[in-house]
Design a protein around this ligand. Structure first.
Ligand SMILES: Cc1cc2nc3c(=O)[nH]c(=O)nc-3n(C[C@H](O)[C@H](O)[C@H](O)COP(=O)(O)OP(=O)(O)OC[C@H]3O[C@@H](n4cnc5c(N)ncnc54)[C@H](O)[C@@H]3O)c2cc1C
Length: 332
């Protein structure tokens, strides 16, 4: 597959080292390069990022380019755009991967415009077509009803954002060897058009829904703030996060940062419990990555049952207190 050159993974950091999306991207990059040629390059930008470089190698990078610059935190997107643009040109990158995160969503179109590249956002699968010598991306379209398969024109860089948890990360191997290159002085900073004015930390209800292995979500059928106390209690007992469909957010029963769906968060938990949620396309599109969907709805014809693995036709006001009581008993 000689026409395809290296892959660049744009790294992000989490609370304890590399963000899980970055580990997933390194994993898929590694798999792609098993059939293509080139190297997996990881770029880390920010304050003292060199300390995370070894972790990047252990998760699959051949080379880690670090840009230690505290100012990157103040105007991340301009900074990253210059860095990605310069690096991809210099290294002749074929595929640039980033998370479908706040940063990736903003950075990908800018990088694609600068590099005159092809862009594919919110992908859930990437594979290499050895015969055609190209990388192929799959992404859900029409609210998850169909999958679109895209590949870029020959010789044109592909900029791809990947949905969190859609790919498994490369296994951590502390014996992997790679190079760490300090790129801080080589990067030519360009004009900065955006400026951070204020940083606001969103209030968070319990576990973060984007990383939670279990989510208990309530919908319009919950009927009010009081009903959500049952959702929260079930979430707490299952050690999961609380989510919601659009209706409870619009009604002001819950904070908007737990909305799931097309305009809310895209989630991929191991277990998603949908309580009194009808299953509108805009909601379903945000939960399709869940490994197991459990639905509770009093309407046997509710659309949510079409995508659920376990369906319970019941009034949540009767079912949830019963389940909660049993879980409390089991945890004693
Ligand atoms: C552009 C656009 C973007 C959107 N983005 C999103 C999005 O990101 N996320 C999202 O969720 N929606 C989104 N929506 C809204 C979406 O179309 C639906 O209106 C919304 O998802 C409906 O929420 P719901 O199913 O919880 O509520 P409802 O439609 O009110 O359904 C309530 C369900 O609860 C059941 N129920 C009622 N009482 C009980 C009970 N006691 N016990 C058990 N079941 C009961 C009912 O049978 C029903 O199925 C979007 C819409 C548009 C136009």
């Amino acid at each position: 597959m000689a026409d395809l050159k290296g892959i660049l993974v744009v790294g992000e950091l989490g609370k304890e080292g590399l963000a899980s999306i970055t580990r997933e991207l390194l994993g898929v990059a590694r798999e792609l390069l098993d059939v293509a040629e080139g190297e997996v390059n990881l770029m880390l930008i920010g304050e003292d990022v060199s300390s995370y470089a070894e972790e990047g190698i252990a998760f699959g990078a051949d080379k880690v380019y670090v840009v230690n610059d505290v100012s990157a935190q103040e105007f991340p997107c301009d900074f990253y755009t210059h860095a990605v643009d310069q690096f991809c040109r210099k290294a002749g990158i074929s595929l640039c991967l980033m998370g479908h995160t706040d940063l990736g969503r903003e950075l990908a179109p800018r990088a694609a415009a600068r590099l005159r590249g092809c862009i594919c956002m919110d992908c859930v699968e990437i594979r290499s077509d050895v015969k055609e010598k190209e990388f192929v991306q799959l992404r859900p379209v029409f609210g998850g009803k169909a999958m679109a398969e895209t590949a870029s024109q020959r010789g044109v860089i592909q900029i791809v954002t990947v949905r969190h948890k859609s790919m498994s990360g490369f296994v951590h191997r502390s014996d992997r060897r790679g190079d760490i290159i300090d790129w801080s002085d080589q990067l030519q900073k360009g004009p900065v058009r955006t400026r951070l004015i204020e940083r606001k930390t969103e209030e968070q209800e319990g576990v973060n829904i984007e990383n939670a292995p279990i989510i208990v979500a309530g919908g319009g059928g919950i009927g009010g703030k009081e009903g959500f106390e049952l959702i929260r209690e079930l979430g707490r007992l299952l050690k999961g996060a609380v989510g919601a469909s659009r209706v409870p957010v619009d009604e002001g029963w819950v904070h908007h940062n737990i909305e799931i769906g097309q305009t809310g968060k895209i989630v991929s938990p191991d277990i998603y419990v949908a309580v009194a949620i009808s299953g509108a396309t805009q909601h379903i599109t945000g939960i399709l990555g869940s490994k197991c969907i459990v639905a509770v709805n009093k309407d046997p014809d509710a659309n949510i049952f079409k995508v659920s693995d376990v369906g319970v036709v019941a009034d949540y006001k009767e079912l949830l207190p019963y389940v909660i009581e049993h879980l409390r008993g089991a945890s004693k």
